[in-house]
Design a protein around this ligand. Structure first.
Ligand SMILES: [Zn+2]
Ligand SMILES: [Zn+2]
Length: 367
């Protein structure tokens, strides 16, 4: 079958909208008609070359759509199901899957960086030549093929544009607080960096009934937005000493949990200074893999726990329906994070505005 997709041909872009051909389904494949897909910073990293992938490649890893067809051995989804795609499909039986760390699944970590599906092959062709899959999802396309463990059925009541953002930004931010940190009701939490993931961490803190929810960023507009997503207190890092203010809001101890969602080395350091002894820091942001990060040794003392999380400890089959239902019950804000809707042909403009830091989430809508 033929379909249209945005293809990255060279670092720096632009993406070209091309007609691709999908090869026949393997037994565990799921063919999804994509209905909505977000533009995420990690896609941008592939365009800018800070994340290196084989080219050409179809980007996009935050998608929702309808199951069009399934391979002969698929049992967990059926045609017609509405699904959110997981960018961390996993085999379920390797060393890491057996140790309940699916984010490290061996087939996933082996084949994902090579732009392949979990079985080590590709399905998309352009003029007869292979096109690579991005994070085993490739959602900036009218159709995509994913492994069965990457297609998660959710209630049909949730609109596709709202559903798609659950697949990366919402899961990563809410999951960091609820699943990774397991923040308790009444606990204090600091979220540094109020972009898409940080705002979702604030939502996660509100969902679990955190006590003080302290948002840190630069500029009144971002902090005003943070309040709408659940912050009880805000700190403008250019105007105040963040660590001093956090301590003054937490009886001098520091916060129970600090979420780093800014992706800056100084903020990794700051997170360690703002957490209380015995508390935990969750690093969500990223810096260049060769960049050095330094710490004051004393800030690491006192039984503090520092954890890196890339997908909020996601168990998509458990978490995506949960998050969809929290939205349907009015507990999770998914309307507000979508600040722009575009067509596939406008994708280069969408990424340009993401690179300029505009809005929260841009979502591509497909027919
Ligand atoms: Zn993402
Ligand atoms: Zn595995």
């Amino acid at each position: 079958m033929k379909f249209r997709a945005a293809v990255l041909n060279a670092v720096g872009g632009p993406l070209t909208i091309d007609e691709l051909e999908m090869q026949p389904l393997a037994p565990r494949d799921v063919l999804v008609r994509v209905r909505a897909s977000g533009l995420c910073h990690t896609d941008l990293e592939a365009i800018q070359g800070t994340l290196s992938y084989p080219l050409p490649i179809v980007l996009g890893h935050e998608g929702a759509g309808v199951v069009e067809a399934v391979g002969a051995e698929v049992t967990q989804v059926r045609p017609g199901d509405h699904v959110i795609l997981s960018w961390n499909p996993h085999c379920g039986h390797c060393f890491y899957c057996e140790n309940d760390q699916p984010i490290l699944c061996e087939p996933f970590t082996r084949h994902q960086p090579r732009g392949r599906l979990l079985d080590g092959t590709t399905r998309m062709l352009r003029d007869g030549a292979p096109v690579h899959h991005y994070s085993v999802t490739s959602t900036h396309a009218q159709f995509t093929v994913v492994p069965e463990s990457g297609a998660i059925p959710v209630p049909k009541e949730i609109p596709f544009d709202r559903a798609c953002i659950i697949g990366c930004g919402v899961m990563t931010g809410v999951g960091a607080v609820v699943r990774k940190a397991r923040l308790a009701a009444g606990a204090s939490v600091v979220v540094i960096g109020c972009g898409a993931v940080g705002l979702n961490a604030l939502q996660g803190a509100r969902l679990v009934g955190a006590g003080r929810i302290i948002a840190v960023d630069v500029g009144g507009e971002k902090l005003e937005r943070a309040r709408r997503f659940g912050a009880t207190d805000t700190i403008d890092a250019t105007e105040a000493d963040t660590v001093q203010v956090v301590k003054s809001l937490t009886e001098g101890r520091g916060a129970d949990c600090v979420i780093e969602a800014a992706g800056r080395s100084q903020v990794f350091r700051l997170a360690g200074e703002a957490v209380r002894p015995g508390g935990q820091v969750i690093w969500l942001g990223k810096v260049n893999v060769d960049e050095e990060v330094s710490f004051r040794w004393g800030s690491l003392m006192g039984e503090r726990r520092i954890v890196r999380s890339s997908y909020g400890d996601a168990r998509p089959r458990r978490d995506f329906p949960w998050l969809a239902n929290e939205y349907l019950r009015g507990h999770l804000m998914l309307d507000e994070p979508i600040t722009r809707r575009i067509r596939l042909d406008e994708i280069n403009d969408g990424f340009a505005s993401l690179a300029r830091g505009e809005g929260i989430r841009t979502v591509i809508e497909f027919d």
